[in-house]
Ligand binder design. Structure first.
Ligand code: ZN
Length: 221
């Protein structure tokens, strides 16, 4: 009987640890910035997984036209391939952060040293291309754990999460994604989007109209 009770407790603890690793907003392993400190109707847009050679420039064109600055959490491997886009992101006043060098699922089970090595390589690559200091990190897949937490602390970086996950990667149609964002809006929200997707610029264009209708302004993170 006692073994069954102990087993049940162990199972619940493991389940909680696993769930906590997926819930960046809980801040169990790392405290991540998941909203901006404001009472005004202001939100920040963040884009992961770029740069993409076609979709990122299209998005940058739109943001430039609308005079909006966002944050881009880029993959080191992609940045090496498309350094001109990284330079453009900085030249147009956006924020650059890192999102790991390879963005492989195995990142989430890497040793502490392997995480440090990956993030160091990614940061060095981005800093060299952009000629700016990079201090922001968004965990790949939003997964956090003790090794990632230790690496972030060791590298003195700030982890950035989100308050509204758009689920733009799930293949849902634009109106469903927009509806989801619209119903979750609040002052200070950080919205997670992905500039590797072909529909990113179109989605953001519609999102900006929606935000305008609701009286929200997009601000830099
Ligand atoms: Zn990602």
């Amino acid at each position: 009987m006692m073994f069954i009770a102990l087993g049940a407790i162990l199972f619940i603890v493991l389940l909680l640890v696993f769930t906590a690793s997926l819930k960046i907003g809980w801040g169990v392993f790392i405290r991540s910035q998941c909203f901006i400190d404001t009472n005004a109707k202001e939100i920040a847009l963040t884009f992961d997984d770029g740069p993409h050679p076609e979709h990122t420039p299209k998005l940058l064109d739109l943001l430039k036209e609308k005079e909006i600055q966002a944050a881009f959490f880029v993959i080191g491997e992609q940045a090496e391939k498309y350094p001109e886009i990284i330079k453009r992101v900085i030249a147009e006043g956006h924020i650059l952060g890192i999102h790991s060098f390879y963005h492989k699922p195995s990142f989430t089970i890497c040793s502490r040293q392997a995480v440090i090595d990956d993030l160091t390589r990614c940061r060095n690559t981005i800093e060299e291309i952009s000629q700016t200091k990079v201090s922001l990190f968004r965990p790949p897949f939003g997964v956090t754990n003790p090794n990632i937490a230790a690496a972030v602390k060791f590298l003195k970086m700030t982890s950035v999460g989100w308050s509204i996950r758009s689920f733009d990667t799930t293949g849902k149609n634009e109106s469903r994604i927009l509806k989801r964002i619209a119903k979750s809006l609040f002052p200070g929200a950080i919205v997670l989007l992905h500039d590797r997707l072909p529909e990113c610029a179109s989605l953001v264009g519609k999102l900006l109209v929606l935000l305008d209708e609701r009286g929200y302004k997009v601000v830099r993170l």
